[in-house]
Design a protein around this ligand. Sequence first.
Ligand code: ZN
Ligand code: ZN
Length: 334
Amino acid sequence: MRAMVFEVVGKPLVLKDLPIPQPESGQLLIRVHACGICRTDLHIIDGELREPKLPLVPGHQVVGRIAGIGEGVHGFREDERVGIPWLGGTCGGCAYCRGNRENLCDSPRFTGYQADGGFAEYAVADHRFCFPIPEGYPDLQAAPLLCAGLIGYRSLVMAGEGQRLGIYGFGAAAHIVTQVARWQGREIYAFTKAGDVEGQRFARQMEAVWAGEAGELPPSELDAAIIFAPAGELVPQALRAVGRGGTVVCGGIHMSDIPSFPYDLLWGERVLRSVANLTRQDGAEFLALAPRVPVRTEVQTFDLEEANEALASLRRGTIRGAGVLLVHDETKGE
Ligand SMILES: [Zn+2]
Ligand SMILES: [Zn+2]
């Protein structure tokens, strides 16, 4: 099978011909149709996340059809369309797992990090962590739901129920969260990098009530803000934009250092928190919610071999909505 492989930090992914993996006990073999790209993939390739298996097939927003079933798998059938998310496995026994917080597991296995992911024609995954993909979502539109959607949704829940919600960094997760929050009757205030006129236009098209630069203050005080951009200087800026009792959620897995800031910005019972990974419960809730909104993902498509170009576009911030690798186009037959 063709696979785009991460071998050395800071070097581009390499196109390789690998054997098709065989499903072990409890695993599904999935023929990959589409795999979303994510900021986390950049953090892995750049060496900011330090524990990847090497060599590694990245990619943790995998949509495809079941092509093989290992022993002891229940509840899935051959040819069913499924998704593999970032959370690929947990220990099941630690205090976090037993306390319904498996996203914080002591020894987790993450897809496209500790296990090979979806930048390849086939992938295997523990069936207990795979999700059926809702009908009505084409492969390309479904892929971003699996991380941008899930982590975005968890961030939105953690942000609380306030009416005025700021979003810093208007990419894949933001454009999904905006649709859910609007459906809930909330207002979105979008913050982009200085000069990112295109990003602000996109945010207004997604019906943000206001879009501006990250350093600006919004026209009214926010109830909460979610930071998706990996820039620590956004933390004091977001704290400045939320009112007393407001929550600022950091939705990314890695962020540059947060500069020191006056305690005044946190005073007034403002809350600063991160969101880590996902639980299977988040997945089940969000994948049931998405068709009801309905969430419509905007995607920019790349071929599997263009994974490096896709990641470069993500880094430059030029992808509108979500970037997705099209690995196997089922609509074109074999
Ligand atoms: Zn991700
Ligand atoms: Zn655990």
